[in-house]
Design a binder for this molecule. Structure first.
Ligand code: KIV
Length: 292
């Protein structure tokens, strides 16, 4: 549409209105932390998914996902560990660099893995600088509230945007002992609210809330200016995030109530592989047209 000469092609008011109602996330070339803030102000929901490799990240970006999280859930779904604890900074950098090579539009956020930022703010900064330099990602994410504030401050001092993560924080699984819903009790809910405010005051550009009661997530979302992205935190947060392998049905063993499966890729891939095996064994593949 040529907006320099709108009257020649159609009614001017309609052209102007079309531009006024265009959602922010559709009208931008690149999603930035600033764009996410504007989306919150306008009440536009933020869609975030995980990705860990080039080919999948390309699909997500072309589908116009707002944020790609290179999550340390790679430890589970890519490497097959039971928890997120074993994944290393080098592993995360490999995944993140592969994702960034595919992405033209989405904001790419990378998890700081366990043991690279807790209790040592200088190490937190060094880990974040490695991620930013060696991957080209746009921001880092880390888990926790008060106990990681010093690390967040130091990372921010280098101009690196930080996303917080409260509620169920999988890197602390051995402290919790279980993956059940967090902050059901008043005291824990009060501390979570305090931590969320602290993360905002410290300068985090957004926060993930994982597996907490929907009403608490709504309260936190309403009392913060920065975007709040939920996973298992109800529908009233500013956006949603899911682990891609879970929502596509590649993982089968993980079925929490909050997970909506959009596909059963496990069955589809298995079926395709079985067809291939059958074709090879029966010598149906390759046929005349599939050879030189
Ligand atoms: O690592 C991850 O995938 C995450 C999401 C669950 C938010 O942190």
């Amino acid at each position: 549409m040529n907006i320099d000469h709108p009257i020649q092609i159609c009614n001017f008011d309609i052209v102007i209105n079309t531009y006024l109602i265009m959602p922010i996330h559709k009208s931008v070339k690149r999603i930035t932390t600033h764009v996410l803030n504007e989306m919150k102000l306008k009440g536009e929901k933020i869609a975030m998914l995980t990705a860990y490799d080039y080919s999948i990240a390309k699909i997500l970006d072309e589908a116009e996902i707002d944020v790609i999280l290179v999550g340390d859930s790679a430890s589970n779904v890519m490497a097959g560990f039971d928890t997120t604890l074993p994944i290393t900074l080098d592993n995360m950098i490999y995944h993140a660099a592969s994702v960034v090579r595919a992405v033209k539009r989405a904001l790419v956020v990378v998890d700081l893995p366990f043991g690279t930022y807790q209790g040592n703010s200088k190490e937190a900064l060094a880990s974040s600088i490695r991620i930013m330099k060696e991957t080209g990602a746009h921001a880092v994410k880390l888990e926790g509230g008060l106990q990681v504030v010093e690390s967040i401050e130091r990372i921010l001092s280098a101009g690196i945007p930080v996303m917080g993560h409260l509620g169920l924080t999988p890197q602390a699984i051995h402290k919790f002992g279980t993956y059940v819903v967090r902050a059901r009790e008043e005291e824990e809910a009060r501390r979570l609210m305090e931590d969320a405010r602290l993360l905002e005051q410290t300068g985090c550009f957004a926060i993930v809330l994982e597996k907490i009661p929907a009403r608490l997530a709504e309260e936190v979302t309403g009392s913060l200016k920065i975007p709040v992205i939920g996973i298992g935190a109800g529908g009233k947060t500013d956006g949603q995030v899911l682990v891609l392998h879970d929502m596509l049905g590649i993982t089968q063993e993980f079925s929490p109530r909050f997970l909506r499966r959009y596909h059963n890729l496990y069955a589809e891939i298995k079926g395709a592989v079985q067809s291939y095996i059958a074709d090879v064994r029966s010598q149906d593949f390759p046929n005349e047209k599939e050879q030189y």
